[in-house]
Design a protein around this ligand. Structure first.
Ligand SMILES: [Zn+2]
Length: 788
């Protein structure tokens, strides 16, 4: 497998509508991937073959999942024609609205039209807003609450949050008796509204009614009253088609805001299950309708969008296939050359699926609930179900696509079992994985498949030693502990390469279970691996290699030899557990060197340029996180407007001079304290009677791990000397690497400025020197020394 560099993008400034449920993807990724794998070519010559059309803007892409409107829009804007299969009316509506939203004026007019409808003698807008009236604690005026806070199972909220437009009082306050009374009053008529709200969605004898009821359970009486009051008037409104779309879009935002799946404080902001949090927020839904106006109009883009098979322009656009991929196979055949497949791979989400059915019914009536029925009845949202469904999709794709067609798959919220499910499903259908790029568990994994040969493949039994070797090699290559997801991915790739993820005729259920237990066994029953806990026993989620912490001079010479023995005789636990020497080149050290080298040559670079230089050097599972990149930049560089440059003192020539100065100071101080000083390689030694008292290792970088490894002196006599600007970076590295932290504890680390200060001290004794170097903690990089 030839892993591709991770393609960096930007977090969207505005997460967009229903962002709790749409895939969290960076923007700008697909527009950088497409030219690489479906590159633009000169205009098609007359008589050119269909193959030549591949990759030309205007040629076709296919998104078989239709789950990420933004991904599809970005590709369409690049000039591609994107065929999207969608069978969730809510996702379809999101896509249509994002591609081609009504003008802002229509949103405003639609909301105004709604507000002036009558509810008894009142205007509907006034009536609905009165549901959220509360009294300002400070000026006692009647105002609108922004939200109420509830505890699960209670019949009234316990707190309210508002910003008073009259006196400016703002924040969270306890509810008043009137607030509680208002909530209870609406609840008194609840059963009527609740049963009405079913009617629009499912017939009385419909067997999906049970699931719809379950979804409605996640609406409190007030938001349910609010929503049904509006929805029951929808048919009576005489709106232009554009205004109607605008109003539906606003209501959809209120439907999402109106349920109880808004924990407080927000611990799990992306719900997967219909579970009521112990404390939750109840939003003022009128405010949410108004907020929806901003959400939808900000997505405005004006991309051509049509229902398949209506023609879309060659300059790019979106063609929606309303149905299943299976049915598309008959339609598309080989007539449309698909240049590439793109898509955010969907994961099981019971909450979104069930709520979508409810919302679709509320907005468009019973027929809109039809596509959900199979899934609602099946009611399985586990990984085996996910793998089975994905496998079916991949199998249909194999029929549609020409051999070798690239497939760029994004896997957001990439937990280990999700990745297992995705890779197993694709492999079993005949897609060959060419690359897996993983940054952190918070970023989408980037996968590149190609449509493989249409033949039955050999499948093999999984070999635990293959998995262990792959995990071990990844940790050695990384040179520092990794998240479980990284180690798991390394193991999965090994199984994939040996065709051992799933046997033919094996159920996904069983295959996934076997893979999972194999992964656990590989790590837990092998002494080479350790699971790191933090000092107070909290799980760090990190896996590393079991490095013997105590080192003597004699041992270090044997490291390589022992590591070689270890690799040739893996199971013999009597062999010392030492990884090879290059383990001391940790990923974060290499990233530090790479960034400094780049900035040395390219001052005034923006962050994306730094990522662009870095990621090809560290492809696949080694992709550095944004956190480590920023830690290095903050240590070495400064930013003017958007561009980063090395600090003047960190330019190579300045650092070399400084290194020499510090070395001279060390000799000066040593001589004053009555030691014989000498230099040996990069170390300055203070000796007495032939015995080494102190060995100083002066660094310009934060490559602490390597420095400790290279210093042949006993830890209690070793002192690393760093620039003050590196202290925070070294501390950060210790934080992400418990093994390094343990090794750093055994030696002492002081900053340049301590030595500069000590040179100035008129009377310096060996005792005060010892005291000072012990009192210069790494974490504190602010000057607070020299109290004498
Ligand atoms: Zn007030």
């Amino acid at each position: 497998m030839d892993h591709q560099p991770y393609i960096p993008g930007m977090s969207p400034a505005d997460p967009g509508p229903l962002s709790r449920f749409t895939p969290p993807l960076e923007e700008g990724v697909i527009s950088r991937w497409l030219p690489l794998h479906a590159p633009p070519s000169p205009a098609l010559a007359p008589g050119a073959s269909v193959d030549a059309a591949q990759g030309k803007p205007g040629s076709w892409l296919l998104d078989p999942f239709g789950f990420s409107p933004r991904l599809v829009l970005e590709a369409a804007r690049m000039g591609y024609r994107v065929l999207v299969t969608v069978n969730n009316p809510i996702t379809r509506f999101l896509l249509e609205m994002s591609a081609n939203p009504p003008p802002e004026a229509d949103f405003k007019a639609a909301l105004a039209d709604l507000a002036v409808l009558k509810k008894g003698d009142e205007r509907l807008g006034v009536h609905l807003q009165s549901l959220y009236l509360t009294t300002c604690e400070k000026c006692e005026q009647q105002i609108q609450a922004d939200l109420f806070l509830w505890r699960k199972g209670e019949d009234a909220p316990y707190a309210r949050v508002y910003t008073c437009p009259h006196c400016g009082d703002a924040g969270e306050h306890m509810v008043t008796p009137e607030d509680a009374e208002r909530a209870r009053k609406i609840a008194a008529t609840d059963s009527l509204h609740r049963s009405r709200s079913f009617e629009r969605v499912a017939a009385l004898n419909d067997d999906v009614r049970f699931y719809v009821e379950e979804a409605i359970e996640h609406y409190l009486p007030r938001p349910l009253y609010f929503l049904t009051t509006i929805i029951n008037r929808l048919d009576r409104l005489d709106l232009t088609p554009e205004r109607k779309r605008a109003l539906y879009a606003l209501i959809l935002v209120a439907c999402d805001a109106g349920n109880t799946l808004w924990g407080y404080p927000s611990e799990r902001p992306r719900p997967k299950q219909l579970n009521i949090p112990n404390q939750f927020r109840e939003f003022n839904l009128w405010n949410q309708l108004e907020r929806g106006l901003g959400i939808w109009t900000e997505t405005a883009s004006g991309v051509a969008i049509e229902a398949w098979p209506k023609v879309i322009p060659e300059s790019g656009g979106i063609s929606i296939f309303d149905g299943r991929l299976k049915d598309l196979a008959h339609e598309v055949d080989k007539e449309i050359p698909i240049a590439a497949v793109i898509g955010s791979v969907p994961r099981p989400n019971q909450a979104f699926w069930t709520l979508s059915a409810l919302w679709a019914g509320w907005l468009w009536g019973k027929e809109a609930v039809e596509p959900f029925k199979i899934a609602l009845r099946r009611r399985r949202y586990d990984w085996a179900w996910n793998a089975t469904a994905l496998n079916a999709a991949f199998t249909h794709l194999l029929e549609i696509l020409p051999l070798d067609t690239p497939f760029f798959g994004l896997v957001p919220e990439s937990e280990p079992q999700f990745l297992t499910s995705v890779l197993t499903a694709a492999a079993a259908a005949g897609f060959d994985l060419h690359s897996l790029a993983l940054r952190t568990e918070h970023d989408a994994i980037q996968l590149l498949w190609r449509r493989g040969e249409h033949l039955r493949r050999e499948t093999n039994d999984a070999d635990i030693d293959d998995v262990r070797s792959a995990m071990y090699e990844h940790l050695v290559e990384r040179g520092e502990p990794a998240s479980y997801l990284h180690v798991h991915a390394a193991g999965l790739i090994a199984l994939l390469e040996t065709h051992a993820l799933k046997k033919r005729n094996q159920e996904f259920d069983e295959a996934l279970r076997m893979t999972q237990s194999l992964m656990q066994k590989a790590l837990q029953e092998d002494e080479r691996f350790i699971h790191h806990s933090s000092g107070d026993g909290v799980d760090t989620g990190l896996w590393g290699l079991n490095i013997r912490p105590e080192r003597s001079e004699a041992q270090s010479k044997d490291d390589n030899q022992q590591a070689i023995e270890l690799q040739t005789n893996k199971r013999d636990s009597s062999v010392a557990l030492l990884p090879p020497n290059d383990m001391y080149e940790s990923l974060s050290d290499r990233v530090e060197v790479a960034i400094v080298t780049f900035l040395q040559k390219n001052p005034n670079s923006i962050y994306l340029e730094i990522e662009d230089d870095l990621y090809p050097q560290f492809p696949g599972l080694l992709t550095p996180s944004k956190a480590i990149i920023y830690a290095v930049l903050q240590s070495y560089a400064e930013r003017t407007s958007a561009a980063w440059s090395l600090r003047p003192e960190d330019v190579a020539s300045a650092r070399r001079n400084e290194l020499n100065n510090i070395t001279s100071m060390l000799e000066m101080i040593g001589t004053r304290l009555g030691y014989e000083t000498s230099k040996e390689d990069r170390n300055t030694l203070w000796q007495e009677g032939g015995q080494t008292a102190y060995a100083f290792h002066v660094l310009a970088s934060a490559l602490v791990g390597r420095a400790i490894h290279e210093t042949p002196y006993p830890p209690e006599k070793t002192i690393l000397v760093l620039p003050g600007g590196r202290a925070a970076l070294a501390a950060y590295k210790a934080q992400r690497d418990p093994t390094l932290a343990a090794r750093m504890k055994k030696i002492r680390i002081v900053k340049y400025r301590l030595l500069r200060a000590l040179v100035e001290v008129p009377v310096l004794t060996r005792e005060t020197f010892e005291e000072q170097i012990t009192r210069d903690p790494l974490e504190k990089s602010t000057a607070q020394l020299m109290m004498f």
